[in-house]
Design a binder for this molecule. Structure first.
Ligand code: ATP
Length: 363
């Protein structure tokens, strides 16, 4: 296997800047997810690594080699696509064998590699079938197998699970994780689904508008999002964000909401809030860090219940504060009703503050 390095990679289509100045390093054996909303540039980034489209500028290194100007076939990569791209008239065996036959490998070598890959992916019993005789999950495994037999330096995967139903997607998620673990494979994996990225990857590259926003482990991205985009993109339900003013209340730093409420800040948060460039900030909090009360008290923020969604083991409640919707998770034993007046308590150790103008995290 090999690592992958992107240096100042740019791709423009006329006035459309699909990928802007993206740099990151995938270590040998690492699983990296490129994640972001539709149009953020993740597929373009993967296709640039694959060599399917030329760069506008920048450099791509795979292993020890600069591959920027090499054809896809010379980059030692294997791709797995969303639509599997299996040959419908070939058996599973021949689908797996085909890339090796193209490389003119011996019959014995092909037989050995196909059987090894089939064993890894548990599809040996399917080798004589054709793709139409397979379930979606089995077809996905064959597509992985076809990449695997080529023994590439890097696997590139573009939304490989998006054609599967929700249950199978969860199952294949852990299978691809096992695949990565067993082979110690280097994988670059595109998904729009932040949960897939968080659950599968060693590192996630969060993209937005062609720019790389944050490149770190899922745990660090979740705990320390660099800006409000990443904060609201990663985590489900999303982190709640409330625009506020930074104010001094009787000598104590506080946040003041549009509705006139104030939230006094701990010394650490007060220091962070002072870093705001314009006196405007955005208060962020994850659903599990908020507490709901039925009485007003200093430091509690008033709101009104908007909706209540029981899921069985946890109830998600949406509360409207000023004009914002705040997500809170509650124990299912707590009964709340839409339109009820409530007060929210913030955990000072786990709230997030962002600059109101730049949207960057205040540190
Ligand atoms: P999705 O999840 O919808 O596939 P994505 O994050 O993979 O989105 P890209 O396909 O990389 O996004 O596209 C990034 C931007 O570049 C988009 O604005 C897209 O319209 C534009 N784009 C991509 N390919 C081309 C092309 N061949 N010509 C012109 N614009 C393109």
């Amino acid at each position: 296997m090999a690592g992958v390095v992107l240096k100042d990679v740019m791709k423009s289509y006329g006035a459309v800047h699909a990928v802007q100045d993206v740099s990151f390093r995938v270590e040998d054996g690492e699983f990296v997810a490129l994640v972001g909303p539709s149009g953020c540039g993740k597929t373009t980034t993967l296709n640039l690594i694959a060599g399917l489209i030329p760069l506008s500028s920048g450099e791509i290194v795979i292993g020890e080699r600069v591959v920027t100007d090499l054809d896809p076939k010379d980059r030692d990569i294997a791709m797995v696509f969303q639509n599997y791209a299996l040959y419908p008239n070939k058996t599973v065996f021949n689908n797996l064998a085909f890339p090796l036959q193209m490389r003119r490998q011996s019959k014995d070598a092909i037989e050995k590699k196909v059987r090894e890959a089939a064993a890894v992916l548990d599809i040996t019993h399917l080798l004589e079938r054709r793709p139409r005789e397979l379930s979606g999950g089995q077809q996905q495994r064959v597509a992985l197998g076809r990449a695997l037999v080529r023994d590439p330096a890097v696997f590139l995967m573009d939304e490989p699970l998006s054609n599967l139903d929700a249950k199978l997607r969860v199952q294949m998620r852990s299978e691809i994780k096992r695949f990565h673990h067993n082979l110690n494979a280097t994988i670059v994996y595109v998904t729009h689904d932040q949960l897939e990225a968080v659950t599968m990857a060693d590192k996630m590259a969060v993209m937005h508008g062609g720019f790389l926003q944050q490149y770190d482990s899922p745990a660090n991205v979740f705990a320390n999002p660099v800006n409000t985009f990443v904060a609201s993109f990663v985590g489900s339900p999303a982190m709640s964000l409330i625009p506020v003013d930074v104010a001094s209340e009787g000598g104590t730093m506080a946040l003041r909401g549009a509705g006139g409420w104030t939230l006094p800040l701990s010394p650490l948060n007060a220091r962070k809030a002072q870093g705001s460039s314009t006196g405007k900030a955005v208060l962020g909090a994850r659903h599990s860090t908020l507490k709901l009360h039925r009485q007003a008290a200093p430091g509690r923020v008033p709101g009104k219940i908007y909706s209540v969604e029981p899921t069985g083991d946890v109830t998600f409640v949406q509360v409207v504060v000023d004009a914002e919707v705040i997500n809170i998770s509650l124990d299912p034993s707590v009964a709340v009703e839409p339109d009820e007046a409530v007060w929210i308590a913030f955990d000072q150790d786990r709230l997030h503050l962002f600059d109101g103008r730049t949207t960057m995290a205040l540190k």
